[in-house]
Design a protein around this ligand. Structure first.
Ligand code: SAM
Ligand code: DTB
Ligand code: SF4
Length: 337
């Protein structure tokens, strides 16, 4: 890249970059971002994005369900809740070798992070040895490790950290007001408590939510507000588009307009400028054009592979073709600094 291209490519940071990490966003400010004319919102998001990230790079994470279905929680969106009849077969914790095999494949196909998810309210202490063995094995392959297991106690988080866990995923899912319409078996405060346990253990936080559950724009504002006013911004912010699964209470919910989904990505990018924003569930139903808009709005990470936890994901061939068409590269080092 020549000097002129380079100067167009990146907006020079004004002053100390850390200065623009705000934790005092108000709901009114966030609502005003959502209400911006679309071109202005996208321009702002892309400008903020370029201060810290290479706009042409996307980081890949791979998901594996290590314990599927039969979950005692009642999350209305989730195919794995035992309360919903989705036809999903419940399994026990998978064995180590199956996880190592999946992690090796994920690494070979360009993923830099391996995220293991369990359909639990919280892990039992008796599961901790097995979980730590999984973390140690994946870490030894040279991949970043992530787990999402439900609520954690401080000793459990500490043990996972010692085993080599890098990230813990625990989503706020929606606004505090809309939350009780979606989940009754644990509270928004329970989620905040787990996030602080995870943070205190020295783990990096992956925390985001879902769009398309019938929530209002103000609920999206409330969700982004809750994330952006955490004591530290999550290092990784997954924005999921609801995958409607037959048999869940949210099957048949009115679809969110694709451009409103892009707005949520853009506002997450602007309010949490140093975080990786992950275009997460829901890509299977998205056009290439919509995904491209999400990247322009500041998304810089995706889940790769044919499956999320239990539902389909675009897979390597479609993603490869998309990134080639867009002239984007998949690279773990998506950050500029
Ligand atoms: N059981 C653990 C928990 O809930 O914390 C970990 C796994 S859970 C499947 C992780 C996240 O996946 C949920 O918090 C939710 O944001 C997301 N998710 C689950 N089902 C989804 C769906 N149908 N569409 C979009 N996102 C979904
Ligand atoms: C997140 O925010 N999305 C991922 C990951 N964290 C664990 C999970 C999406 C699950 C989609 C429904 C399924 O495949 O079961
Ligand atoms: Fe269980 Fe997690 Fe699904 Fe909720 S989102 S039902 S806690 S697996």
């Amino acid at each position: 890249m020549n000097a002129v291209d380079a100067s167009l490519h990146r907006t020079a940071p004004a002053g100390n970059l850390a200065d623009d990490l705000r934790h005092d966003w108000t709901r009114a400010e966030i609502r005003a971002l959502f209400d911006l004319p679309f071109p202005e919102l996208i321009f702002r998001a892309q400008s903020v994005h370029r201060l810290r990230f290479d706009p042409d790079k996307v980081q890949l994470s791979t998901l594996m369900s290590i314990k599927t279905g039969g979950c005692p929680e009642d999350c209305a969106y989730c195919p794995q809740s035992a309360e919903h009849d989705t036809g999903l077969k419940a399994t026990k914790l998978v064995d180590v070798e199956a996880v190592m095999e999946a992690a090796r494949e994920a690494k070979a196909s360009g993923s830099t992070r391996f995220c293991m998810g369990a359909a639990w309210r919280s892990p039992k202490d008796r599961d901790m040895d097995d979980l730590c063995e999984l973390v140690e094995g994946v870490k030894a392959m040279g991949m970043e490790t992530c787990m999402t297991l439900g609520m954690l106690t401080a000793p459990q988080a500490g043990r996972l950290k010692v085993a080599g866990l890098d990230y813990y995923n625990h989503n706020l899912d929606t606004s505090p007001e809309y939350y009780p319409k979606i989940i009754s078996t644990r509270t928004f405060q329970d989620r905040l408590d787990t996030l602080s346990v995870v943070r205190d253990a020295g783990l990096s936080v992956c925390c985001g939510g879902i769009v398309g559950m019938g929530e209002s724009i103000d609920d999206r504002v409330g969700m982004v507000h809750a994330l952006a006013t955490l004591p530290s911004h999550p290092e990784s912010v997954p924005i999921n588009l609801l995958v409607q699964v037959a048999g869940t209470p949210l099957e048949g919910t009115g679809r969110v307009h694709p451009l409103d989904f892009v707005r949520t990505i853009a506002v997450a990018r602007i309010t949490m400028p140093a975080s990786m924003v992950r275009l997460s569930a829901g890509r299977e139903d998205m056009t290439d054009e919509l995904q491209a808009l999400c990247f322009i709005a500041g998304a810089n990470s995706i889940f790769s592979g044919e499956r999320l936890l239990t539902t389909p994901n675009p897979g390597e061939d479609r993603d490869g073709a998309l990134f080639e068409r867009l002239g984007m590269t998949t690279d773990g080092a998506a950050g500029l600094r």
